[in-house]
Design a protein around this ligand. Structure first.
Ligand code: FAD
Length: 292
């Protein structure tokens, strides 16, 4: 914790982690396994995702935020998806976050759940950001961004224009969707700056864990798979141990290059796999230490 505080003072890039609440029918203890497994990793904050599905437990994110802050002494960001909430629902969620003493809220629209009608109050993340700014001015508002464009956008240019609206509505920090080619992220940052998006942008990195996950993410969020990664997937598709090792190297190289290129932060999607996160931190943690 001391190192991450110093890091902020010295303008060294931010390093943060994302975890998700255990599935409803899983033991709550699994989150302790994840958090205990992250001992030795020194993030500036941990963000906790918010479930949108029918089975999702609405209080889980705030409860886990509270646990991480109180029992592990790490600052937390709570995610909140809003398209199925009305103003009262959003207020209740924000109250819970305030009680959990979160450092900020990641304001999201969220994905559509088949068969469920949106409430029609928060059509975009920018609507939620504006609501938070008006009703909870002390909360720092984070937002999501998409280096390769959001899948529903006509073009990256249009998506970046919409991103500007999100920032104008009150988002003061951005965290990116995962990407596998750093050139895509760096190009996106340039476009965002040209559009007047001047807030810090953290690069989202998801380590490769198995072939299905990468192919699924490619389809779901449009993440392009570069040749080098494609080769890795082909070579070790039936050898999970080697693929995991190669995935750790790939993510570590991505992070090292991003830091060399001067990014403001890296956000690691842990997928609740602390062992992989620890090994990546062993490789790149020194890059986030303060310079003497
Ligand atoms: P928006 O910012 O509203 O964008 C959605 C689309 O609308 C884009 O095409 C955009 O260009 C367009 N748009 C945006 N604003 C406007 C506007 N003002 N006018 C017109 N068009 C506009 N999902 C979860 O369910 N739970 C999570 O915890 C979660 N965490 C995430 C964390 C990160 C870092 C990221 C990158 C994604 C996360 N997601 C999560 C997924 C996210 O919910 C989906 O990507 C969702 O489809 C979009 O949410 P958003 O907040 O980015 O939407």
């Amino acid at each position: 914790a001391a190192a991450s505080a110093q890091r902020r003072r010295d303008h060294v890039p931010v390093f943060s982690l994302e975890v998700f609440p255990p599935k409803r029918n899983a033991s709550v203890g699994t989150i302790y396994d994840t958090l205990d497994g992250l001992q030795g990793v020194d993030p500036d904050f941990i963000s906790v995702t918010y479930g949108t599905g029918k089975q999702a437990d609405r209080t889980a994110t705030a409860r886990i935020c509270n646990t991480i802050r109180q029992e592990y002494d790490i600052p937390v960001i709570g995610h909140l998806t809003a398209q199925y909430l009305d103003e009262q629902g959003a207020s209740e969620a924000l109250e819970m976050f305030e009680q959990a003493k979160v450092r900020g809220v990641l304001a999201l629209r969220g994905d559509a759940v088949p068969g469920r009608e949106p409430a029609g109050v928060f059509d975009h993340a920018s609507d939620l950001a504006a609501f938070i700014r008006r009703t909870h001015p002390d909360l720092t508002i984070y937002g999501a961004c998409y280096p390769e464009g959001h899948p529903q956008s006509v073009s990256l240019k249009e998506d970046v224009e919409n991103l500007r609206k999100k920032v104008d509505a009150g988002v003061s920090h951005l965290i990116s969707q995962l990407f596998y080619d750093n050139a895509d992220f760096l190009n996106f940052v340039q476009m965002a700056r040209a559009e007047g998006v001047d807030v810090p942008i953290e690069a989202g990195i998801m380590p490769v864990m198995n072939v299905g996950q990468v192919r699924r993410m490619g389809k779901l969020c449009g993440a392009r798979i570069p040749h080098a990664l494609d080769r890795m997937l082909d070579k070790w598709q039936d050898d999970p141990r080697s693929l995991r090792a190669a995935g750790i190297v790939y993510a570590s190289q991505q992070i090292s290059d991003l830091v060399a290129q001067g990014v403001q932060g890296v956000h690691l999607y842990t997928m609740n796999h602390p062992g992989i996160t620890r090994r990546i931190w062993q490789n790149v943690g020194d890059l986030f230490e303060t310079q003497a």
